[in-house]
Design a protein around this ligand. Structure first.
Ligand code: PEP
Ligand code: MN
Length: 638
């Protein structure tokens, strides 16, 4: 334990400092500024090819590549090799974008008068940014591999040549600045993309490479409106090639089925990725002594039939505390499945505080649970308390649960780790986050990598709740592990009236899923009667989490579901009108036209995408909304 904490502190101290970020060029280049933008140690490479090879081979953790410049647009020198590596199968993700302001100085050896300068060295992309200014001054452009490299060359040669480079680079190599900024455009800047290997990071920026062998397919590319397109020269095989920055997933997917269009996506940020921070990517595990549980890798997605947890996939596991009878679990399975739960829980071996309390019906109940799951298309999750239960339970159950009381039963952890089933690992009521991850490591070291962490409340001085749901601990675990983390609000609350609030809190905090106890006759439940949600209340919760109901739900409840959506829609429409009004005010204040047909077209597309297959409806909604917005604006003007 002590060693683990020491490891973590060392890792925290090392934090950004140990991240190696590669760029193309010499120290002083703009790439170096981008590489250092988020901490990390910049390392220069002679070419973009060498830089990408270093990233592939793990010599650097991250690479920065210039994509776009305010004056000259696409930086083909970087985008071409980047495209080659990606089309050859290198799996990269874009994790960030950094804009670096660019001021291109004209610098020469001290004492050189401006009039004597006949040639200027620089990177071709930088030279393109000052084509006109240099021509006006009668200065010829000489291409070399880097802006800072140009400064180095000029410093070492006894000539009156100049370099086009940053002030930093000029100063670094002892040159005098003759012209502060020779860019053709005043506000020059370059956007750099930060790349990492896909197995070490998850995408935070939407970036894709697109190419097509057919000119006619380009007619379909209008769906990319709003994204930044960075074109490359066509080849015989692919006359149209480009990088696409900032397109949303739906738009890119819309292109995938178009014949002759090839889209290589460097990943889309997961819907809730912004709320939770995955482990910082790199090579060393976050906690050295926990190499599996805290490995710096892409989020683990645990998938069992319809149940998918992690990496943006979120789900709800629901069911009774105990499997009481074949009929009871069958009824409850139907209820939770109809509300959109994608796994069924139910205890057959119950860890009870009192030895005389109901202990579970044992293996016989496993058959009832499995039958209920099968009948309603749900994989089943059930707890094992002892090593000898592991084998028979693993034969039939889909996911093995380790209860809070057994979190540090190390022999049991090893046994479930060898059982060939995913494991749901509850956090012990008196265990720290590190101990929880240590328990996960036991399971993973034994061979099972599909571990679901479940926060279920810890014991505090508070007596008004059974436990205290530690959302903070859940969030603290998030940057340490790639494993999915779910919350169990039922055992945390110990009382039904608090379950929904806790569930929604954990969900908004970015939990990958929930486990909720549901009983259709709580008064008669054989265990945890006080905390069970009745099906109607579970339905309400599921509705709030935007799960999908099905036709097994009673009509009255389906109506309640749709009523709630209507209410939400009304509130959203109201908000839309309010924000549209503020936009109108802003346009008026800045002297811009309030009506903008191009924006209207974009809004229309947004609705059409959100309502695939209902173009007519999308159009009608847009017409209504725009009409309402205009009516509101003219009222204001009266
Ligand atoms: C359970 O989920 O049935 C259970 C006993 O939970 P915990 O181990 O979290 O108390
Ligand atoms: Mn319970």
């Amino acid at each position: 334990m002590l060693r683990e904490i020491t490891d973590r502190e060392a890792a925290a101290k090392a934090k950004d400092v140990d991240l190696k970020v590669g760029y193309q060029g010499e120290p002083g280049a703009y790439g170096e500024v981008a590489a250092a933008a988020h901490g990390g140690v910049p390392r220069g490479f002679a070419s973009f090819e060498k830089l990408l090879e270093a990233l592939r081979d793990g010599d650097v953790d991250e690479a920065v590549l210039p994509m776009e410049n305010a004056v000259v647009g696409a930086i083909t020198e970087a985008l071409e090799p980047f495209a080659t590596f990606v089309t050859e199968g290198m799996e990269l993700v874009a994790v960030d974008i950094t804009s670096v302001p660019v001021r291109l100085s004209l610098a020469a050896r001290p004492g050189t008068p401006l009039a004597a300068v006949k040639r200027a060295w620089s990177h071709p992309a930088a030279l393109r940014q000052c084509t006109h200014r240099l021509a006006q001054m009668g200065i010829e452009r000489v291409v070399c591999y880097d802006t800072a490299g140009a400064a180095q060359i000029v410093a070492h040669e006894a000539s009156t040549d100049a370099a086009v480079c940053s002030r930093r680079a000029a100063e670094r190599y002892g040159l005098a600045i003759l012209v502060e900024d020779v860019s053709d455009k005043e506000q020059n800047g370059t956007r750099f993309v930060h790349l990492r290997m896909a197995d070490h990071a998850r995408a935070q920026v939407s970036l894709a490479f697109l190419r097509t062998s057919s000119m006619t397919a380009t007619g379909r590319l209008d769906v990319l409106t709003g994204a930044t397109l960075l074109p490359l020269a066509g080849t015989t095989e692919y006359p149209v090639r480009m990088w696409v920055l900032g397109a949303d997933a739906a738009r890119l997917q819309a292109l995938a089925p178009v014949r002759d269009v090839q889209v290589i996506s460097l990943g889309q940020p997961a819907a809730h990725a912004a709320k939770v921070t995955p482990p910082r990517q790199g090579t060393e595990p976050v906690i050295k002594s926990l190499p599996h549980a805290t490995a710096r890798k892409a989020p683990t997605v645990v998938e069992v039939g319809p149940l998918r947890l992690g990496g943006g996939a979120r789900a709800v596991i629901a069911g009774p505390c105990s499997v009481e009878s074949a009929e009871q679990v069958m009824r409850i399975a139907k209820e939770v499945a109809s509300c959109g739960a994608t796994a069924l829980r139910g205890g057959i071996f119950k860890p009870r505080t009192n030895p005389y309390a109901f202990q579970g019906h044992g293996l016989e109940a496993l058959d009832w649970l499995v039958a209920a799951g099968k009948a309603h298309g749900l994989p089943v999750v059930t707890e094992v308390m002892a090593i000898d239960q592991v084998k028979p339970v693993a034969e039939k159950a889909d996911v093995l649960q380790i209860g809070a009381r057994n979190m540090q039963n190390f022999d049991l952890l090893r046994a479930v780790g060898r059982a060939g089933r995913p494991v749901l690992l509850k956090r012990g009521a008196g265990s720290t986050v590190d101990e929880w991850l240590g328990a996960a490591e036991y399971i993973m070291a034994a061979g099972e990598m599909r571990v679901i962490l479940c926060e279920r409340g810890i014991r505090t001085f508070e007596t008004s709740t059974r436990n205290t749901l530690d959302v903070g601990g859940m969030l603290a675990a998030r940057p340490l592990t790639h494993l999915p983390i779910i919350a169990d609000p039922s055992h945390a609350a110990g009382r039904a009236d608090l379950v929904e609030g806790l569930a929604r809190g954990a969900w908004s905090a970015g939990a990958d899923g929930l486990m909720v106890e549901v009983h259709d006759d709580p008064a008669r439940a054989l265990s945890d009667a006080e905390q069970a949600l009745v099906p109607a209340r579970f339905a309400e919760l599921a509705r709030n989490l935007a799960l999908h109901p099905d036709a097994r739900l009673p009509l009255a409840q389906l109506r309640a579901w749709v009523d709630a959506i209507d209410h939400d829609l009304g509130v959203l429409v109201q908000r839309r009108l309010e924000v549209a009004k503020v936009i109108g005010d802003s346009k008026r204040q800045t002297g811009r036209a309030v009506l903008d047909p191009r924006r209207e077209a974009a809004v229309r597309r947004t609705y059409q995408e959100a309502l695939p297959g209902s173009k007519g409806l999308a159009d009608k909604l847009v017409d209504l909304l725009l009409e309402a917005a205009k009516a509101q604006q003219s009222i204001d003007e009266d």
